[in-house]
Design a protein around this ligand. Structure first.
Ligand SMILES: [Mg+2]
Length: 342
């Protein structure tokens, strides 16, 4: 994929699971939500894998180890080994290992996933700023993380140690709502110290590099539900992406996406991996996909026709992204999206 500005979703004449060798799948909002499998995920992944596609799972959550994530997926009916799970803890551990001597001590503000990932790179996790660490790493520590851990990070950073963060997702979804994620915890330390961390997780290049190094993917397809992590990560890595609508992104957000947040393909759920993708055609008076035609008129996006809702959304994407160029579309899409039930 070139980095020229994308102005419409791409077509694909064969199933995406055949056109790409490896799926780099986000987890929350794509494969599962609140611990339970998302509709059609288990069957779709089984078909893609049986057809020869390598499936890898890429998560910004640094708390859980790959073993724990693989066991969770396997329990949901998606047979997975730990080697097929890539976490931001692994990406940040590699980033640290490239900047400090082998065997160095690293102060851990976070959970077991970080400790395991540091040991894997020959680094020694320690718990106190007084344990002679040479770096500080911060990752999501779960709801039980004590406030004193942030103080520990501040003490070490004030002594001049480099500070690393697994990821900066501001929020984390839970069974009772949206809670503060590692990005919010990083802000606590940033405000207290005035320092800036080096960050590894999606959408930044260290995470994408880690996934490609670990999977050996030659033609990867990033599959995700978030524009500012999954899709932007694919954009930064210059690889193709599939947005699914089973997570946090809705139609209006997709239409307003600036270039770095525009996916290559859009589909409802993971069944989209098993099919080709329709072309969106410019007929001079609008954009056609399936039975729909979308166009920018005045202050609005207008939609005519009938057919599959996803085709209408693809046509609207083309109208919105073309109108926005390298910015964000501000046209009113409410009526058009309501017609599609999106
Ligand atoms: Mg997600």
């Amino acid at each position: 994929m070139s980095q020229s500005v994308r102005t419409r979703p791409a077509g694909c004449g064969q199933a995406l699971s055949e056109a790409y060798d490896t799926a780099l799948l986000d987890l929350d909002g794509v494969v599962y939500a609140g611990g339970n499998a998302i509709g059609h995920a288990v069957e779709s992944l089984a078909v893609a894998r049986a057809g020869g596609m390598h499936l890898a799972y890429v998560t910004n959550n640094a708390l859980r180890t790959p073993d724990v994530v693989a066991a969770h997926l396997t329990a949901l009916g998606i047979p997975t080994v730990a080697d097929d799970v890539i976490t931001s803890a692994q990406a940040v551990a590699r980033l640290i290992s490239e900047q400090v001597p082998e065997g160095s001590r690293v102060l851990v503000i976070g959970g077991e996933g970080l400790r395991v990932a540091l040991r894997e790179r020959g680094l020694e996790p320690v718990e106190s700023a007084d344990d002679d660490p040479v770096a500080v790493v911060q990752g999501y520590g779960g709801p039980e993380m004590a406030w004193g851990r942030f103080a520990e990070a501040c003490y070490a950073i004030a002594r001049g140690l480099p500070w690393f963060a697994s990821n900066t997702d501001l929020t984390i979804p839970g069974a009772r709502g949206i809670g503060p994620g590692n990005g919010a915890a990083v802000e606590v330390v940033r405000i207290a110290t005035g320092a800036e961390p080096q960050v590894a997780g999606k959408p930044l290049p260290p995470m994408h590099r880690e996934t490609v190094l670990r999977t050996g993917a030659e033609r990867p397809l990033v599959v995700g539900d978030r524009l500012d992590t999954d899709i932007e990560g694919a954009f930064n890595g210059e690889v193709d992406s599939l947005l699914v609508l089973t997570g946090v992104t809705d139609g209006a957000q997709l239409l307003a996406a600036p270039p770095r947040h525009r996916p290559t393909y859009v589909d409802a759920d993971l069944r989209g991996m098993l099919t080709g993708q329709p072309e969106v055609a410019d007929d001079g008076d609008g954009f056609r996909c399936g039975g729909w035609r979308a166009a920018a008129r005045g202050e609005r996006l207008e939609l005519d026709g009938e057919g599959a809702a996803l085709d209408g959304l693809r046509a609207l994407c083309a109208a919105a992204w073309t109108a926005a160029g390298d910015g964000s579309c501000r046209l009113d899409s409410g009526k058009a999206l309501a017609r599609l039930g999106l």
